[in-house]
Design a protein around this ligand. Structure first.
Ligand code: PLP
Length: 234
């Protein structure tokens, strides 16, 4: 991503927003950037921010929450079960749910806080082993389990799916992965397995480098960091 030094966060944010299709919601990924840049984006109208580390999210929430009351957080990174309790009091959506154990803990902590937390199930669609998420068999098992035991998941709202495509210049591979996600999303939505199919509405695919492609495959959420905030420091 080429960034002109005269570019500002508001102008980059506007430029990204101008490219979004109707109905696509932007998660501004502010990880590794200080709270000040979140304020800049907030002042320019952005309300939903994505973070990938618990400590960093909690620190930013502590700074910002008293003033920016309608700012919403999406957690998008690997999440250890024992850290859910730190973000459960305030996080809006956890996009990176990659195990049943994690889902159960989010449910437990949500109930403890008398809240409902939206969750996206992360799907492992990329070729890279380093990426996390359920494969399709595991996904079906989890959905069946939730279907058969809804009373065990009353603290979470099953809002959709998340995935990261392969980090590659091979656009055809990225397209295949997004197409897989689009189809999987549709199959689940119409499967009869969901108690609240209307809640299942988000397909979170697409980052700075591939979100325009993702929108061709029915993305409803795009998670964009560097195109708005510049390259990460660290
Ligand atoms: C960092 C991150 C993003 C944003 O990446 P950019 O390339 O900076 O837009 C999106 N999704 C996840 C899960 C991330 O960790």
């Amino acid at each position: 991503m080429e960034l002109n030094s005269s570019d500002t966060i508001p102008s980059r944010l506007e430029a990204v927003k101008a490219t979004l299709r109707e109905g696509v919601h932007l998660v501004a990924v502010s990880k590794f950037h200080p709270a000040e840049v979140i304020i800049e984006a907030y002042e320019a109208g952005q309300r939903t921010f994505g973070e990938s580390r618990v400590q960093e999210l909690v620190a930013k929430h502590d700074i910002l929450s008293a003033i920016y009351l309608d700012l919403q957080w999406h957690f998008i990174g690997p999440l250890q079960t024992n850290k859910v309790k730190y973000i459960a009091p305030f996080v809006d959506t956890i996009e990176s749910v990659d195990s049943l154990k994690l889902l159960r803990e989010i449910n437990k902590q949500a109930i403890k806080n008398q809240r409902t937390i939206s969750v996206l199930l992360e799907v492992h669609v990329a070729r890279e082993d380093s990426k996390s998420g359920f494969d399709t068999d595991e996904l079906r098992e989890v959905l069946e389990l939730i279907h058969n035991n809804p009373q065990d998941f009353e603290g979470v709202r099953l809002s959709g799916l998340m995935a990261m495509a392969s980090n590659t210049d091979d656009e055809s591979l990225i397209r295949r992965e997004f197409a897989t996600m689009q189809e999987l999303f549709h199959r689940i939505k119409t499967s009869g397995l969901l108690h609240e199919p209307d809640d299942f509405e988000e397909l979170s695919i697409g980052m700075s480098g591939d979100y325009k492609i993702a929108m061709e495959y029915s993305a409803t959420l795009v998670r964009i960091g560097s195109a708005i905030f510049g390259d990460r420091v660290g």
